[in-house]
Write a protein that binds this ligand. Structure first.
Ligand code: SF4
Length: 371
């Protein structure tokens, strides 16, 4: 997959994606964290823009070598919930199944950056896969299996098809979810064979694509998403809120609309995790909440993702969007999208009172009249 991706700082210099003066510093970053930029993503970068939002996601930065005290190698605590190789079992009804440590592109903010990359391990061995599937089969509460990684769609259609069929054969698993950046970053990889491989009798397959800037929803990316959707596989999105990439209301709105126009339902907007060397890309939660408020009411409900934080230490995701409701006496105060507060339930409805009074007057007239 993506054999023609740019992987060395010297290649980035040759492609004009970074200056020769930065090559040595970026070699130090590349020695620690994997680098790959596919042709589809490299084409989107404007080399004349020092703040290009696509470059910020993929071109390494010397700032990645500075780790702040709150950052950690396993920011969402996968390890604490991994009973065996390849499985993360954090929530009762679903597991992550990590088939591969490799991705088509390497995102500079990746929450698993210490675990992904060609040097960070191998695809799950046949024996480890057998053990992982036996674990799933032995836990009847598991209703959904999420293929993640690394990027599962870097594997061959033959391998994915085999895994999908084996998961479908586990009677209590009803849903297969696939988390991937391939339809966006290497859309040529989404072939009819690949799409067919993810369908298995008795299993509802969902694909969740990852993109962070509206420019990433190219015609080829939309076609790749449409291949799944037209084959009956719903596609959802996940994005990461990133400083200098999508941390303004206009860009975020354009991204969510681009998803919906491609028939992709916005699902998650992740607050950036505390991955090492990513502080320069992280916003504050307050900034994220302000952006969600800016989307609320001004953008179709179809365009609203859930803003979520993976609690460090492995405690799972929680919604962290703004709250519009607060308790007030026996009722509530609820804020509308214009920032005006209202009492719920409303106090005596003046309109309703007037109608009641009118009704009482009618009754009085009819009872005192000539009937
Ligand atoms: S595609 Fe996903 S797993 Fe791979 S580097 Fe990007 S965020 Fe990390």
């Amino acid at each position: 997959m993506a054999a023609n991706a740019l992987r060395r700082p010297a290649q980035l210099v040759d492609a004009g994606l970074t200056g020769p003066d930065r090559e040595a510093a970026l070699e130090a970053v590349a020695a620690r964290y994997a680098v790959a930029i596919t042709p589809a993503m490299a084409e989107l970068i404007d080399p004349s823009d020092p703040g290009d939002p696509v470059a910020r996601q993929f071109v390494p930065d010397a700032a990645e070598l500075s780790t702040s005290p709150e950052e950690r190698a396993d920011p969402i605590g996968d390890e604490a919930h991994s009973p065996l190789e390849g499985i993360v079992h954090r929530y009762p009804d679903r597991v992550l199944l990590k088939l591969s440590h490799v991705c088509a592109v390497y995102c500079r903010y990746c929450f698993r950056r210490e675990q992904v990359g060609p040097q960070k391990g191998k695809a799950l061995s046949p024996a480890a896969l057998d053990a992982a599937l036996a674990y799933i089969a032995g836990h009847p509460d598991i209703w959904e299996v999420i293929l993640t990684g690394g990027d599962p769609l870097v594997l061959s259609a033959r391998r994915l098809g085999e895994v999908a069929r084996r998961i479908a054969a586990i009677g209590h698993v009803k849903v297969l979810r696939v988390h991937t950046r391939v339809p966006i970053a290497a859309p040529e990889g989404i072939t009819a064979t690949m799409v067919g491989a993810l369908r298995a009798p008795g299993l509802a397959t969902y694909v969740v694509v990852h993109a962070n800037h509206p420019r990433e929803l190219t015609a080829a990316a939309r076609t790749a998403c449409a291949r799944f959707i037209d084959a009956g596989i719903p596609v959802l999105s996940q994005s990461v809120l990133l400083r200098g990439v999508n941390d303004d209301a206009e860009t975020l709105a354009a991204l969510m609309r681009a998803f919906v126009e491609a028939r992709v339902k916005p699902y998650y907007l992740h607050h950036a995790d505390l991955a090492p060397g990513t502080a320069h890309l992280r916003t504050t939660l307050a900034e994220g909440q302000a952006l969600m408020r800016a989307l609320h009411g001004r953008l179709s409900g179809l365009c609203q993702p859930a803003y979520v934080l993976d609690i460090p230490g492995g405690f799972g995701k929680s919604p962290v969007g703004p709250c519009y409701l607060r308790a007030d006496g026996d009722g509530y105060r609820i804020e509308d999208f214009n920032g005006c507060a209202h009492t719920y339930p409303p106090p005596g409805d003046p309109c309703g009172s007037a109608q009641s009074e009118l009704g009482r007057q009618r009754v009085r007239r009819s009872s005192s009249g000539n009937g």
